[in-house]
Write a new protein. Structure first.
Lengths: 157, 215
């Protein structure tokens, strides 16, 4: 049984307003990609607003959109991120829609299964990664850390 | 060690065994190698195990279904995931590639990188232009020459069994897969083919399809 889940935050600075022609392709593919994520093995949860995605929430800066999700494992998230043709295609094109964030734009960390990450917490994790590089508290796909060990409640043979 | 691994391929029969195994889409048994190359099973097993020892091949077991030996697991061989590079004098293009990738990503220069890759692909295609032009055959030959190990599947789509940029693609997936897609677009041209990202569990994430085969 999984006792920890993986929380993921990524941020992107818009090149133009979300309702502009430059962002039209990004906005158009969003429902499909979100739907694929939800059907992907290992998906647990994603932050969403009334419209169904999280693009109207701008908790950090007015031109920065956020994507906050929970997955069962790094492998499950990596598989969706880089092995789903639709998602890989949108990552390939991201520079058409977003300018470089300046610093890390994605952070991963472990949370107890059954709990949800908050936006404030996710921002702390991104700051932690930006300040000190990958650690077990805030890491990346390139340098992942295993989930915390089970707390020992009995003798293990 | 790379020198020992690569050196173990000097023996002609062993090299033929290695080339047969890596050309197969699936893992192969000792018997399949023995039959394909017309050598004894004992000799095939000897070379296969030497190739495993040097790290060039991996082994696994599969349960046979039906026929003689049914139920008994068969030892199967396939190319290992290890990479062997031998450069004398020492060269480190991977380190350089990592630095350049970091610079592209931090400045947001992906569109410029894709454009450069597309031009490079077109240049590579032009360099081969004097060779026979038999549509799909020519495209497959170009892909093979670059190490992509192309294989046509049933519906006319060419899948690429090997990613020549594997380690870089693992480190910087969207950038390197995007560069690779642009390179292949330049290489195969857009007159008769459609290239697209279609990642599978192994191999290159780009597929090449003939336009007249697309519905």
């Amino acid at each position: 049984m999984t006792i920890h889940h993986l929380a993921q935050l990524n941020v992107a600075r818009l090149r133009a307003p979300l309702d502009s022609p430059q962002l039209a392709d990004f906005v158009a593919q969003l429902p499909e990609v979100n739907g694929l994520a939800e059907q992907h093995p290992g998906y647990v949860w994603r932050l969403r607003d009334e419209s169904g995605d999280a693009t109207s929430l701008r908790p950090f800066e007015p031109d920065v959109i956020v994507n906050l999700t929970v997955w069962e494992s790094v492998e499950a998230l990596r598989d969706f991120t880089y092995r789903s043709a639709e998602h890989l295609e949108s990552l390939r094109r991201r520079r058409e829609w977003f300018v470089p964030y300046g610093g890390p734009h994605l952070v991963l960390w472990w949370i107890p299964a059954g709990t949800l990450p908050t936006i404030a917490e996710s921002r702390d994790r991104l700051d932690l990664l930006a300040r000190g590089g990958p650690t077990p508290e805030a890491f990346t796909f390139r340098q992942p850390y295993p989930a915390p060990a089970r707390s020992i409640t009995g003798s293990v043979s | 060690m790379s020198v020992e691994a690569v050196g173990s391929l000097r023996e002609p029969v062993r090299r033929a065994v290695y080339e047969y195994v890596v050309a197969c889409a699936d893992s192969v048994s000792r018997n399949a190698v023995s039959e394909a190359l017309g050598i004894g099973r004992t000799l095939a097993a000897f070379h296969l195990d030497k190739l495993v020892e040097s790290g060039l091949l991996d082994t696994g077991y599969a349960t046979r279904t039906g026929g003689p030996g049914s139920g008994r697991p068969a030892k199967l061989y396939r190319r290992s995931a290890a990479e062997f590079a031998l450069a004398l004098p020492p060269r480190d293009y991977r380190l350089l590639a990592d630095v350049l990738a970091a610079a592209v990503l931090s400045t947001g220069a992906e569109p410029a990188a894709y454009a450069a890759a597309r031009e490079e692909g077109a240049r590579l295609a032009a360099a081969r232009e004097e060779e026979a032009k038999s549509a799909v055959g020519e495209v497959v030959a170009r892909l093979a020459a670059l190490g992509y190990e192309p294989a046509e599947d049933g519906d006319g789509t060419v899948r690429l069994r090997n990613c020549p940029f594997h380690a870089m693609a693992q480190a910087h997936p969207p950038l390197v897969c995007g560069l690779n897609l642009a390179l292949l677009e330049g290489l195969v041209g857009d007159a008769g083919h459609v290239t697209r990202l279609a990642p599978g569990t192994t191999g290159c994430c780009v597929t090449v399809a003939s336009k007249n085969k697309i519905h």
